[in-house]
Design a protein. Structure first.
Length: 143
């Protein structure tokens, strides 16, 4: 895994401030956890109102949380004043999203001046055990 150097010495505050303004993550109850250069974790407690018809976390919610983890991992390496937007992503759903809580881990694979390629995974946590339920490959843009 690459060891990244943030271009912004205040990268963590920048990421946390941006996340705090993201109404979608607040609406679903997601919380920003660990923030490091090129890496972010987002935690989400299970909620019945975020499930699909079989009681699993809805794929749209899974995707939104992993997309945000990837985006903020990319944002942590961007220049001061830069904002981040998703350009594209592909998500594979690997297992039903069933757990007491979930954690999305985003990490930068390649950081460029304009485009950053990230990978992200979502894990369901039940009785302390983690099960990977989704993986994402995403491209983010600095604007």
């Amino acid at each position: 895994m690459a060891s990244w150097q943030a271009r912004d010495p205040d990268y963590e505050a920048k990421v946390r401030d941006s996340f705090a303004r993201q109404a979608a993550m607040a609406t679903i109850g997601a919380r920003l956890g660990r923030v490091a250069p090129g890496e972010v974790e987002i935690e989400l407690p299970f909620r019945g109102d975020l499930t699909q018809q079989n009681g699993f976390l809805h794929a749209g919610i899974v995707t939104a949380v992993v997309d945000s983890a990837c985006g903020y991992a990319a944002h942590s390496l961007m220049a001061p004043g830069a904002e981040v937007l998703s350009v594209e992503f592909k998500v594979n759903l690997l297992a039903p999203a069933a757990g007491e809580r979930f954690v999305a881990r985003g990490r930068v694979l390649r950081s460029g001046r304009t485009l950053t390629v990230c990978a992200g995974d979502l894990f369901a946590i039940r009785d302390g055990a983690e099960t990977q339920v989704a993986t994402m490959l995403a491209t983010m843009i600095s604007r």
